[in-house]
Design a protein around this ligand. Structure first.
Ligand SMILES: [Zn+2]
Ligand SMILES: [Zn+2]
Length: 187
């Protein structure tokens, strides 16, 4: 774990000369980012643009995955995603179809261009893992966590603040999600 690429965002929340209580400012920063600092909604589309999507809730965390499955499905070195509450994601046009492994983790694709659009992970009905490169405006995007670096191509570096050789245990994510809300990348 390291602090590279993580930019403190105190400038958005600290009122000069009003408070020296850093922990209070941090608590306020979480709420501030969650509610108003994301320039939502975001639009997204597949390669052929038959499917359009909209994101209306801030991501919980952003991730790169270096696993061989993601390498094959992206035809690249790693996948890029952002976890969003299901209620904050909608299909505007088109009907995504199941692709990938057709297993418990449901990978949704465009039926025409076959782009991998999003995943509904098994046992996590409240969340959808959207492929970040589908966003129309993705210049802000940085993966905050990277997983499965044990399978990574030797030259593939993402600069993620948190790096794991495999998929980290569920209890690992709480502090990371809180940190993402406070200092993670956003538009
Ligand atoms: Zn398409
Ligand atoms: Zn993967």
């Amino acid at each position: 774990m390291n602090g590279r690429r993580v930019r403190p965002r105190a400038a958005h929340t600290a009122e000069p000369g009003t408070s020296s209580d850093a922990s209070h400012r941090d608590a306020c920063a979480v709420e501030f980012h969650a509610m108003s600092d994301w320039n939502l909604p975001w639009t997204a589309a597949c390669r052929c643009e038959r499917i359009h999507m909209r994101v209306t809730a801030p991501p919980i965390v952003t991730m790169a995955c270096h696993c061989r499955g993601c390498q094959r499905m992206t035809a690249s070195a790693f996948s890029l995603s952002m976890l969003v509450p299901s209620a904050g994601f909608e299909i505007v046009t088109g009907e995504p179809v199941i692709g990938g492994l057709h297993g418990p983790d449901r990978h949704f694709h465009c039926a025409y261009c076959k782009s991998w659009l999003f995943t509904r992970p098994s046992g996590m009905d409240g969340f959808v893992n959207i492929r970040a490169t589908m966003l129309d405006d993705h210049g802000w995007y940085v993966p905050f966590v990277e997983t499965c670096t044990a399978e990574a191509l030797p030259w593939a570096k993402t600069g993620a603040a948190h790096s794991f050789a495999n998929i980290p245990a569920p209890e690992t994510w709480g502090p990371i999600v809180a940190e993402f809300a406070r200092v993670g990348p956003h538009p």
